[in-house]
Design a protein around this ligand. Sequence first.
Ligand SMILES: [Zn+2]
Length: 86
Amino acid sequence: MRFLMWLLLGVLVVFALRKKAQNLTRPAEPSQPFQAPPQEAEFATTATENAETMVCCELCQLYIPASEAVIKEHKSYCCAAHADQS
Ligand SMILES: [Zn+2]
């Protein structure tokens, strides 16, 4: 009976280690575009150079990748229409 307990414990340890190994070997997920909460607006509007960063539209506050943003007079917009409206 004691042998069964040790066997069960060993199986549990193996499963735990395999789960841990999967977490370690899993590649980092690529950054996805996201809707940032309003409190991050200040940070987003200042970062317009890096293509990986998100920027905030000056008009509608929509977050878009900096590479897709329309830049006008050092301000970022989600589309040309909003850049023209400012
Ligand atoms: Zn906009």
